[in-house]
Design a protein around this ligand. Structure first.
Ligand code: SAH
Length: 220
């Protein structure tokens, strides 16, 4: 593996291991998820100037007024999604840097990810190419409407917060499928786990308080 992927100094395996230990202390227990946090070079998902902070458990700016999610949140959402059972197809709304996408791509068969800011989508695409992640499909669109062409999905992860759960997303969830979505206003958002139980029914479980950027309509 190249130095670039393996990392040195503040991006080294030792630095990454410290992050993994912290996530374990904070309650993340699924080893397959922790392995991805250890292996995936998060420093390649942020600007070079921020690479030395890439293995801190914190969200970081990625331009366009957006942020790469905090590793704890990525691990928490991924773990909750996987606990719902075997996943073939997963939809992600809000590709952003592509970091959450990369974690998912290592753990499920196919990831469909949509993003409303073209500049971010292009950068993410380049990262997937460099990391040889070939099971990711991307689309430039307002993800509040999901990606109906490939529905139904076994799982959906939304990485920006709407005020209410978009009905279109529930409709694209397979029966028994699970969605992780932050819901609510800035300052009072909750991470909600939704399980589709029937054609017109679903169950909701609030997991914890979170802070995400807002889900916005349209594209730019
Ligand atoms: N998973 C990303 C999170 C990025 S922040 C990461 O770890 O890097 C959330 C992202 O959601 C932003 O890139 C933002 O542009 C995008 N977003 C917000 N509203 C959206 C919408 N309606 N459709 C698609 N993407 C959206």
């Amino acid at each position: 593996m190249s130095y670039e992927l393996r990392g040195i100094g503040m991006t080294s395996q030792r630095t990454r291991e410290r992050l993994v230990q912290r996530l374990i202390q904070d309650g993340i227990s699924q080893l397959t998820v922790l392995d991805q946090i250890r292996d995936i070079p998060r420093h390649l998902f942020v600007d070079e100037a921020l690479a030395s902070r890439a293995y801190e458990d914190t969200a970081l700016p990625i331009g366009f007024g957006q942020t790469i999610s905090q590793p704890y949140i990525v691990a928490r959402m991924t773990e909750a999604l996987l606990a719902g059972g075997r996943l073939k197809k997963v939809l992600e709304v809000g590709t952003g840097s592509g970091y959450q996408t990369a974690v998912l791509a290592r753990l499920v068969e196919e990831v469909y990810s949509v993003e409303r800011i073209r500049g971010l989508l292009n950068q993410a695409r380049e990262r997937f190419r460099r990391l040889n992640l070939n099971n990711v499909r991307l689309k430039y669109t307002d993800g509040g409407w999901g990606w109906p062409e490939h529905a139904l999905y076994d799982g959906i992860i939304v990485t920006a917060a709407p005020l209410e759960v978009p009905a279109a997303l529930i409709q694209q969830l397979a029966l028994g499928g699970r969605m992780l979505i932050p819901v609510g206003k800035r300052g009072t958002q909750q991470l909600v786990q939704i399980t589709r139980t029937g054609s017109n029914s679903h169950e909701e479980l609030v997991l914890e308080q979170v802070r995400f950027v807002s889900l916005r309509g349209g594209t730019e």
